[in-house]
Write a protein that binds this ligand. Structure first.
Ligand SMILES: *[C@@H]1O[C@H](CO)[C@@H](O)[C@H](O)[C@H]1NC(C)=O
Ligand SMILES: *[C@@H]1O[C@H](CO)[C@@H](O)[C@H](O)[C@H]1NC(C)=O
Ligand SMILES: *[C@@H]1O[C@H](CO)[C@@H](O)[C@H](O)[C@H]1NC(C)=O
Ligand SMILES: *[C@@H]1O[C@H](CO)[C@@H](O)[C@H](O)[C@H]1NC(C)=O
Ligand SMILES: *[C@@H]1O[C@H](CO)[C@@H](O)[C@H](O)[C@H]1NC(C)=O
Ligand SMILES: *[C@@H]1O[C@H](CO)[C@@H](O)[C@H](O)[C@H]1NC(C)=O
Length: 325
């Protein structure tokens, strides 16, 4: 590889911190990186190369428009069902991290599409309004336009439990498809399954597209010296690009534009999940086996509901080598 011309990109997703590393040189050492190198050599993944100029343009905020994905054609956005039936969910995790917020909000949109109802948020709930206006609107203005903010009198709303008590098990909303009540409220928690919204994935990617006018200058250039981070001592020698301010929207924009491969090391990280789901269109994703990580979320998760089938699980064999399943 000619390092002068290309940077190899894949993105390590470290749970809540979600730093993204651009890897220029990948040698030996740390078995997970070795595995990646083999995968690259076997050409089983998209070529992990980008033009350095593109990266620098992004960092310097020069030609952001040119970097925007071609996939962004206008798609139908809001649901306008003539009978005006609505659906809401409890928005249990709306105040948690961005990954959790996105699961609840995007799942509501997917469920609304499935049920052919208009997605509604309770306009009298101060917390919803605060999160929408302060957290989501500045980052994803198109997303917020997908909801109706309404005041619906409590007695006219029919409550129904679904996705109750566990984060990551799909509870198929199609069982409510023949319900005739005008206003349906689905009481449930987290809604962390791609199955709620994967059928509208192109729209989801559009609603969550990076804001062109954001300022990305504080992403550090490769081999810049202004930042400090720790690289495991056993890992290969590589140069990194880091988003040191840790603003999620910058991480998402970076992943979207540059990540050919993502690796989720914290298997229940919802933000890592979104970084991967929203990475480059044909990006490959690998994730650590949640059984091995002894993550407490395991007992609330049905893995086939949480991880899309195109993602690859990595596990450790008895000899300690990391393998694809
Ligand atoms: C909307 O939110 C307010 C404030 O939290 C609450 O009192 C009201 O019952 C909610 N309305 C519905 C229909 O859930
Ligand atoms: C909804 O109604 C259709 C048509 O009557 C029926 O075929 C279908 O099984 C019903 N679905 C559910 C989940 O009740
Ligand atoms: C995009 O980001 C800029 C700067 O952070 C902000 O002023 C603007 O409101 C955001 N939204 C849109 C739609 O540009
Ligand atoms: C972006 O941020 C950098 C560093 O904070 C600042 O120097 C620069 O003027 C900003 N650019 C724009 C267009 O806001
Ligand atoms: C930074 O990287 C470039 C390109 O790989 C290289 O030419 C340059 O010498 C490096 N600078 C430092 C200070 O390492
Ligand atoms: C970088 O971080 C390491 C570990 O926290 C610390 O030992 C080191 O002094 C730091 N270096 C600089 C230049 O801040």
């Amino acid at each position: 590889m000619r390092v002068n011309y290309y940077i190899m990109v894949f993105c390590l997703v470290f749970g809540i911190f979600a730093n993204i590393y651009v890897i220029v040189k990948l040698n030996i050492g740390f078995s997970i990186f070795e595995l990646f190198q083999k995968i690259q050599e076997a050409k089983q993944t998209p070529k992990c190369e980008i033009d350095v100029d593109n990266l620098l343009n992004f960092i310097e905020n020069r030609h952001f428009l040119e970097l925007q994905e071609k996939e962004l054609k206008e798609l139908g956005t809001t649901y306008d069902n003539p009978d005006g039936r609505t659906v809401q969910t409890m928005m249990f995790a709306i105040s948690a991290g961005l990954g959790n917020k996105l699961f609840e909000v995007i799942s509501l949109l997917g469920i609304a599409e499935t049920l052919q109802r208009n997605p509604v948020m309770n306009a009298t709930n101060a917390e919803y309004i605060r999160v929408l206006s302060q957290s989501l609107q500045p980052v994803f203005p198109k997303l917020v336009e997908q909801f109706d903010l309404r005041i619906i009198p409590y007695p006219s709303v029919t409550h129904q439990q679904t996705n109750w008590g566990a984060c990551c098990r799909f509870d198929d909303p199609r069982k409510f498809i023949n319900r005739t009540e005008q206003h349906l409220m689905l009481d449930g928690h987290y809604f962390q399954s791609y199955k709620y919204f994967d059928h509208i994935r192109p729209q989801v990617r559009q609603w969550l597209a990076p804001n062109k006018t954001d300022n990305y200058t504080y992403i550090k250039k490769p081999n810049g010296t202004a930042y400090n981070y720790s690289i495991p001592t056993v890992s290969p020698k590589y140069t990194t690009v880091l988003t040191p301010t840790l603003t999620p929207e910058i991480d998402l924009a970076f992943s979207r534009l540059f990540c050919d491969v993502t690796l989720i090391t914290a298997p229940s990280s919802t933000f890592g999940w979104w970084l991967s789901y929203l990475a480059k269109r044909n990006a490959k994703t690998y994730y650590r086996d949640i059984v091995e990580s002894k993550d407490g979320v395991l007992h609330e998760m049905r893995q086939e509901d949480f991880y899309p089938p195109s993602w690859t699980k990595l596990w450790t064999d008895p000899s300690g080598s990391i393998r694809k399943s």
